[in-house]
Design a protein around this ligand. Sequence first.
Ligand code: URA
Length: 196
Amino acid sequence: MEQMEGLTVTACERCPALCESRSRIVNGDGPDDASLLFVGEAPGAQEDAEGRPFVGRSGDVLNDALRDRGLARSDVRITNCVRCRPPDNRDPHKEELANCRDYLETELARVDPDLVVTLGKVPTEHLLERSVAVTKEAGSVHDVRLGDATHRLLVCVHPAATLYDRSQRETFDEALDEAVALVGEGAGDQSRLGDY
Ligand code: URA
């Protein structure tokens, strides 16, 4: 049984192992007309518990980086390649990425952001469909055909990488600067930073 209502997958049993390991489906979060859309890998324990992407330590890194650039989390959309937590936080398998791909393509087509930012190796390789040395290619921009649409994509390292390797912090920061520069004023159109 599977079902997608708007941007929300409400039921899905395509991946037997993930159906076992998840407590819930973690859908994308943020405005459905966001200019900037981040794609991560898969929900972790905290995301699985709360039902929102990037709410753990990686989410804190991302939120702080957005805030440093004058953006609130609620200005951007954040989603994952795979919507269910893999067992023991392993990387999603190829078939699981493939099973979830049309949900992601539908979300990207409906939100139609000015820029898609891939966070880390798994989403970058999944969407560019080749192997990628993310640290080397961070900040690079590509036009990619996904489903029926072409999207502009910027490669970024995963926020978690900055927690374990301080040298990745600079790479992450530069890629985010580039993302915000590319989207320009559109990025903060809906900014609620002033409300805090
Ligand atoms: N949280 C997510 O939702 N996705 C990741 O890739 C990492 C943490």
